[in-house]
Design a protein around this ligand. Structure first.
Ligand code: AMP
Ligand code: GLY
Length: 415
């Protein structure tokens, strides 16, 4: 077999996908658009924007790509899966209508309400005064979610009324993110975790669970980020919990999407929370999580290419996992998730004894430069999570760069 795969995207998640595909016995060539400096070591990077559907399609046709895999939500929302399928090309990812489960908070909440999928109580507003009145009635803490893509910054967990008011002003009066409405929802207390499944219609196949660390600083302090580190497997979610979440949340949601004529295919990501009243949904994503993918896929012992094909072909894939724990820490640019500078040189990667997924890097005149908010993801596997973390911290100590920060406490809930 001589299989050519095309991965759309460029961050650490796509680096991890490419790395797993590289291990496949069938895959002989991997292309990535746009890729990054790390991906370039294992794939041929092509300089096409991840939303330039025409150029992506032309490329896939010209290269006679056997399978395309989509990383980021912006490509899904732009309709890349719909266009590839309409042109008879095989692609793994959600269609534009199914991706609404991620791109519209209101759609996701309504679906959950209609199909009795456990989630926080909520109401939706486009008027500032009504929203303020509702917040006054409900009290704080309370959660405000801009209904639309806001680069991970559209969610505010308001601890007091002033914070809630400020956030509602930004979202509904100053229109910071655009013209979208705002979901105001009940605050759910509990440990959060991520449940990703391979899905095709009503066929749902679970991956191992992972936990992300969204806050910028140690002790879960600071602003929400795209994720500062992750680990897998989890100890606080029992087999019974996982079974509940699989049947009552993941499978039920996939079936609900079929009933609503926006059948899901691709990776359905449940951002879940284990509360005193059971497991509930915080959010859904229509794609692999980042950085969860960087700890889950390295534990996959089966062939990822086969899994993608089997799921797409309606077959039952073989999915085996490494028992060892995986833990990874993000090195981010100082200032992230707010403004940060780019272009700082990174040295020492050749000396580290850990797997590195590059998140936001570029190569310029032979130098590796930081080129994003999240820059590197350093990963280790070990029988013991604490040992895995020690290995990662040791690897990080060998990296030289003046403008990076990271959390030393990734996995604290389990260590
Ligand atoms: P989201 O983009 O919906 O995942 O929200 C980002 C983060 O905000 C989540 O990972 C949670 O930490 C927090 N969050 C969102 N919704 C709630 C909620 N209803 N209760 C508590 N925390 C929440
Ligand atoms: N780690 C959260 C996400 O991928 O959205």
């Amino acid at each position: 077999m001589n299989v050519k795969v095309f991965v759309i995207g460029g961050g650490g998640r796509c680096h991890a996908i490419c790395e797993s595909l590289r291990k496949s016995k069938k895959v002989t060539q991997i292309f990535a658009a746009p890729g990054n400096a790390g991906i370039a070591q294992i794939a041929e990077c092509v300089n096409i924007d991840e939303t330039d559907i025409t150029a992506l399609l032309d490329f896939a046709k010209r290269e006679q790509i056997d399978l395309t895999v989509v990383g980021p939500e912006i490509s899904l929302v732009a309709g890349v899966v719909d266009v590839f399928r309409a042109n008879g090309l095989k692609i793994f990812g959600a269609t534009k209508s199914a991706a609404k489960i991620e791109s519209s908070k209101e759609f996701a909440k309504e679906l959950m309400k209609k199909y009795d999928i456990p989630t926080a109580n909520y109401r939706v507003f486009d008027d500032y005064n009504s929203a303020i009145q509702y917040v006054t009635e409900q009290g704080t803490p309370i959660v405000l979610k801009y209904d639309g893509l806001a680069a991970g910054k559209g969610v505010v967990v308001a601890e007091d009324f002033e914070q809630a008011k400020h956030a509602l002003q930004e979202m509904l009066l100053h229109r910071k993110f655009g013209q979208g409405r705002v979901v105001v929802e009940e605050f759910l207390l509990g440990q959060e975790f991520s449940f990703m499944c391979f899905v095709n219609g009503k066929n749902v196949f679970p991956m191992e669970l992972a936990q992300d660390h969204k806050r910028a600083f140690e002790g879960d302090k600071g602003e929400n980020t795209g994720g500062m580190g992750a680990y897998s497997p989890l100890t606080f979610v029992t087999e019974e919990d996982k079974k509940f979440a699989f049947e009552n949340i993941m499978q039920k949601t996939a079936s609900a999407l079929c009933s609503e004529s926006c059948e899901f295919s691709g990776v359905l990501y449940g951002g879940l929370v284990k509360t005193q009243n059971g497991i509930k949904v915080i959010e859904f994503n229509a794609r692999f999580g980042d950085p969860e993918t960087e700890v889950v896929l390295p534990r996959l012992k089966s062939d990822l290419y086969d899994i993608f094909c089997d799921v797409l072909d309606g077959k039952i894939p073989e999915i085996q996992w490494d028992k060892r724990a995986a833990l990874g820490i993000v090195l981010a640019s100082k200032g992230y998730p707010a403004a940060y500078e780019k272009g700082f040189e990174i040295k020492g990667l050749d000396r580290v004894d850990a797997q590195v997924f590059q998140m936001g890097t570029k190569l310029e005149n032979g130098k590796l430069l930081a080129n994003g908010g999240r820059v590197l993801f350093m990963l280790a596997l070990d029988d013991n999570l604490n040992e895995a973390r020690k290995k990662v911290l040791d690897a990080i100590s060998k990296i030289e760069c003046n403008n990076l920060f990271y959390r030393k406490d990734i996995g604290w809930q389990a260590i």
